[in-house]
Design a protein around this ligand. Structure first.
Ligand code: FES
Ligand SMILES: [Fe+2]
Length: 485
């Protein structure tokens, strides 16, 4: 047990810390789970303008989204020559495509004549023809036809390149990443800590069983932050506090690779917010009953948990058996923690794969065309059944603003929790425009990782402005810690 105190960056809620809980596991936990680091990141206020100002959004686009590695798609989604997906971020767009030579490219999705967007959706093509005047590129991005070509000597005499401009591409464990900056440092350096940890959670041994994307009326950081801390659980998801160690979550920021961080929310322990001590049987019963709904198991009767059980071990074994049957895969070696806990890694700026197998999700957040809109992708990466070929990836369900998550086929019981998360966010965005108080106030520990994200944004923007020989004045009023109130 940890004493309650108020030392910034050090204090923890009462109840067992994650590292103490891991010691009780019935199996060895992955080494990656033992690698935690929670440096103190300060107590500064964070200006609201960072979420609402077109000026700050423009800085983010130029110096963050144009400079960082971003998850684009799975290699399995573009297996055949000509197969492609479209990756939109802010007002930029790329076509991620496998060429007839087998290579993956990220082609800028804009006609080289007068700019028309060339592709809107995933598919498979030998070539792209611009719908305006008919210029055409093959699936390697080479210009192959220009109607009235005699009138474009600048393209045909070699004085202008004819290949669509490209972004940088990297692949890692079945995932495709892009970077608009051709000078960017290699992906394996940028994401080193995540790559190292995920050796124990190989994503290439999973397949995409579900994918939905939805536009939401809030800034991309509001959306991302709603999935990056356990502080909101008590009030936003009260149905899970009996078995969720919300306030005991561990938040890691890795100083030697600050683009990578981790949110580790233990389950099968009661929330420190509940004053009375719940019995292990009660915790187990509540957890199994909830998860039968949210994980889509057919048997949703309330379980009878034998007296004297340890909640985490009991529930983990129950889920291990159920998931083994459901996935047709032997999960016997998975630790209780991998089965039960929510362990979200975060690759700056906005990609979050979960480790473990209980909820094998990946999240992606992207800015929309204004600071007031964003997109969230939810992907479920399920274990490939033993001795069976890898199933094809599920198609992407696109939800309109007014649609609910439950309308995405396969979202099942997860949708309730997502609706709870999302329902607040347009109101958050609205309140961020209120001028009564000009900053947001994050908690020292539980929201320290959010403050860290913002400091990373400032660091990238400052570096970019300096490299361009520009004044920092444009950043200063929006900086973390700016004196505004
Ligand atoms: S804008 Fe594309 S061919 Fe004219
Ligand atoms: Fe939530």
């Amino acid at each position: 047990m940890t004493a309650i105190d108020n030392d910034p960056g050090v204090s923890h809620s009462r109840g067992a810390k994650v590292q103490e809980i891991l010691k009780t596991d019935t199996r060895p936990v992955p080494k990656a789970f033992l690698d935690f680091a929670s440096p103190y990141v300060g107590m500064e206020e964070v200006p609201k303008s960072r979420f609402t100002s077109p000026e700050f959004a423009a800085l983010e686009k130029r110096y963050v989204w144009m400079k960082t590695w971003q998850f684009a798609c799975l290699e399995d989604e573009i297996k055949e020559p000509g197969s492609h997906v479209v990756y939109d971020v802010a007002d930029e767009s790329l076509i991620i495509i496998r060429g007839k030579d087998g290579l993956i490219r990220a082609l800028h999705n804009a006609c080289m004549h007068r700019g028309t967007r060339l592709a809107d959706d995933e598919g498979r093509v030998d070539s792209f023809m611009c719908p305006f005047h008919g210029w055409e590129w093959d699936n390697k991005g080479d210009l192959v036809n220009v109607p009235g070509s005699w009138d474009f000597p600048q393209f045909l005499n070699g004085s202008k390149p004819t290949c669509l401009p490209q972004a940088k591409v990297a692949t890692w464990d079945g995932l495709v990443f892009i970077n608009f900056d051709l000078e960017a440092k290699p992906f394996h350096e940028y994401a080193a800590k995540m790559i190292d940890h995920f050796r124990e959670f190989p994503l290439s041994k999973r397949y995409k069983a579900f994918h939905a994307v939805k536009e939401v009326d809030c800034n991309w950081k509001v959306l991302m932050e709603a999935f990056s801390e356990g502080y909101h659980v008590l009030v936003t998801h009260p149905q899970i506090v009996a078995f969720c160690g919300d306030e005991n979550s561990e938040y890691s920021i890795y100083p030697d690779n600050p683009e990578v961080s981790r949110f580790f929310n233990p389950f099968g322990v009661q929330s420190p917010h509940i004053v009375e001590t719940l019995s292990e049987e009660t915790i187990a019963e509540e957890f199994v009953a909830f998860s039968s709904r949210s994980r889509g198991y057919a048997d949703q009767t309330r379980p009878e948990v034998p007296a004297g059980v340890e909640a985490r071990a009991y529930v983990a074994e129950t889920f291990r058996e159920r998931m083994s049957a459901m996935f047709r895969a032997n999960l016997d070696n998975y630790s209780d923690s991998e089965i039960l806990d929510a362990v979200l890694y975060h690759l700056f700026p906005a990609f979050a794969p979960w480790a473990g197998i209980g909820q094998p999700l990946m999240y992606r957040w992207r800015p929309g065309r204004t600071p007031d809109t964003a997109f969230m992708d939810v992907i479920r990466m399920v274990a490939v059944p033993d001795n069976e070929p890898k199933p094809d990836p599920a198609p992407t369900a696109r939800l309109r603003r007014e649609q609910r998550w439950i309308e995405a086929p396969g979202m099942a019981g997860l949708a309730d929790v997502f609706e709870q998360d999302m329902s607040n966010l347009p109101f958050v965005q609205q309140g961020l425009k209120s001028t009564g108080k000009k900053t947001v106030t994050y908690a020292s520990y539980m929201e320290g990782r959010l403050r860290h994200f913002h400091k990373m944004l400032d660091m990238y923007i400052e570096e970019g402005l300096r490299a361009d020989g520009k004044s920092l004045d444009v950043l200063d009023p929006h900086r973390v810690g700016a004196q505004l109130d």
